[in-house]
Design a protein around this ligand. Sequence first.
Ligand SMILES: Nc1ncnc2c1ncn2[C@@H]1O[C@H](COP(=O)(O)OP(=O)(O)OP(=O)(O)O)[C@@H](O)[C@H]1O
Ligand SMILES: [Mg+2]
Length: 284
Amino acid sequence: MMAASMETSAGVTRALSVAHVDRHFELKGDRVQALGDVSLEAPVGTFIALLGPSGCGKSTLLRLLAGLDSPDGGSIEFGGASPETMRRAGRIGVAFQDPALLPWRTIRRNIALPYQVLGRPVDTARIEDLIRLVGLSGFEEARPAQLSGGMRQRVAIARALATEPDVLLLDEPFGALDEILRRQMNLELQRIWLDLSPTTVLVTHAIEEAVFLADVVFVMSARPGRISEMVTVPFERPRSQSLLRTPEFHAIADHISDLLFSGSIPALTTALEPAETSAPTSQP
Ligand SMILES: Nc1ncnc2c1ncn2[C@@H]1O[C@H](COP(=O)(O)OP(=O)(O)OP(=O)(O)O)[C@@H](O)[C@H]1O
Ligand SMILES: [Mg+2]
């Protein structure tokens, strides 16, 4: 998964390079090493999934990629640019598990928010395109409370895509959805990704979701969080639901499941050290 940054008609696009990243936190006087020596590389336009036990540092890594936090050691860059530079230029779009929409704003104005945060004129044509892309035509003037959970997630993804980012970072965006809706959203995300091809990092707990969507799944282990294995997913796109029933799909999913549950990757319960048991490490 090595690649130099590539030149495109739109200019230099940015490959992701994470090298020897460390991040620790102080928690009630104890030092928690959230990430230890994390390295990964991905070419421009790759879809990466991050899978691992609760507390292994997935959200921490995503926040570092988003330029919302800084590593204690190591480096992260997108084709030579730091995450912070990318974020300030509107080149990174982020969506978290909680869609965090502004309840008083219409859908259209929620999606326009990144322009206002960056102090740019709102690209209204782009916003109309995104609303169509995520299948919310007709709901432009609705408020978040008038939408279903899946629709709100689609608004959050449209908002993350508003400034045409090179990089899309998704932290458990479908974690709160039921299985049927999650599968529908996986198909929608694939469609959007095929249309726009941002370099994407998806944090998920769901093995099936990771294998269905990603070019490469990085399996993480805990304490400290590190990459324990890189699994390449070879299936052609667009991928359909029938892929989920093939032996090839199951072979990859089972391999990842073995990595996660065989004991080679410490589960949260066995990995917790006594000093840390007083502090919850999982997030809702
Ligand atoms: N701001 C913080 N202060 C103190 N400790 C933190 C902070 N953020 C994360 N941690 C710790 O870092 C570790 C990794 O947390 P992180 O949220 O990255 O895990 P995760 O893999 O996203 O877990 P989950 O799957 O439950 O969301 C945990 O032990 C957590 O307690
Ligand atoms: Mg998390």
